[in-house]
Design a protein around this ligand. Structure first.
Ligand code: IMP
Ligand code: MG
Length: 333
């Protein structure tokens, strides 16, 4: 902090929503800015209630936090209003005037496309919506009458907040390996750059104004949709290890693989990570469930954390030990 980027290290679903919701409470965030689009669901658990957010920033759980949808983001209007009802964030949310709009026709185009079937898209239609934006024929937030009460100039607001030393968090979506440009997995990628620099760019924040990049590693790796997953294990094996997951957004089964130290080192470097969060440590070391002090972790779990630090060169400052926003070991000063 004050200006922090949260970026996913792998193929998404690393637990960014949980880390962001923790920081919103703990660091008393002033602004939480969501990038990307509805294809990404960020899960937040608070007081036994689960939220799967596709539009509203995960920082909503702090009632003092202003919520913004970035200029580079792509907004699904019906989903926005649905989540406003769930989160009761009406009075403190704003959508940048230049954010683009994703429509039902985009989803139909996405689902009908043979290419997208091979890639295994989420079916929300984000690729076709971005195509329209690039063609300069997309609708923008400022063109939608229902959105009028929420339309703001978030670029100015966010930059003014940074000038004033406020706590600003830029919420990346998906994972670095799904980047359209940088992950190396084309065409098995999403329709935007998901890296840390692009997250700042979507929000209208210059690179020198970012103080911290927190890369989010999950303690094992998952992927949904097509494309390579090095070290992939079978569904049976995943079930046995307790790693088997179903996607929060689409209900699809996630493929899984063990933590990949070489990949983690590479993605930490390309994203310029200054800190790392390591989520779901309790899934690979069940004895660590709910622990909130590093000293209380088992020796094996501590060794794993140390190995992540040694092999990536990045300090692991936040460790997730359970689903609740506060199930975190916070090792920051
Ligand atoms: P699209 O982003 O819906 O076009 O899908 C392209 C690829 O990215 C597919 O493999 C999706 O499964 C994957 N993908 C998109 N968003 C997410 C996400 O939030 N988490 C995990 N995978 C995602
Ligand atoms: Mg997700």
């Amino acid at each position: 902090m004050p200006c922090t980027v949260i970026v996913g290290a792998f193929w998404g679903d690393e637990g960014k929503g949980k880390i962001i919701s923790y920081l919103a409470l703990k660091d008393n965030l002033d602004f939480c800015v969501r990038t990307g689009s509805v294809n990404a669901a960020h899960t937040v658990w608070v007081e036994g209630q689960k939220y799967a957010l596709h539009v509203v920033p995960a920082g909503f759980i702090n009632e003092n936090c202003k919520l913004r949808v970035a200029a580079g983001a792509n907004v699904h209007v019906a989903q926005f209003f649905k989540e406003l009802e769930q989160t009761k964030a009406h009075s403190r949310i704003g959508i940048d005037q230049n954010a683009s709009i994703i429509e039902e026709k985009h989803s139909a185009q996405d689902k009908a496309s043979a290419v997208n079937k091979g890639i295994g898209t989420t079916g929300w239609g984000v690729g076709p919506a971005i195509e329209e934006r690039v063609r300069r024929t997309a609708k923008l937030a400022k063109d939608v009458p229902e959105l009028k009460p929420y339309v703001v100039d978030s670029i100015t607001e966010i930059n003014d907040a940074i000038d004033q030393g406020k706590q600003v968090l830029l919420e990346g979506t998906q994972g670095f390996m799904l980047s359209l440009f940088l992950g190396g997995g084309y065409p098995y990628v999403t329709s935007r750059d998901t890296g840390a620099s692009a997250i700042a760019s979507e929000a209208g924040v210059g690179p020198t104004r970012v103080d911290d990049v927190i890369i989010v590693f999950k303690s094992f790796i998952t992927r949904v949709g097509g494309g390579p997953l090095p070290g992939e294990i079978s569904k049976e094996d995943a079930l046995k290890r307790g790693w088997f997951e179903v996607a929060a957004g689409t209900g699809r089964e996630r493929r899984s693989a063990p933590f990949d130290f070489d990949l983690a080192r590479k993605t930490a470097k390309i994203n310029g990570a200054t800190q790392a969060a390591l989520t779901k440590l309790d899934v690979i070391f069940p004895e660590c469930q709910g622990k909130r002090n590093f000293e209380d972790l088992s020796d094996k779990a501590k060794e794993f954390v140390k190995e992540v630090e040694d092999k990536t060169g990045v300090p692991v400052t936040l460790i997730g030990t359970g689903p609740d926003a506060l199930d975190i070991i916070d090792r920051r000063k």
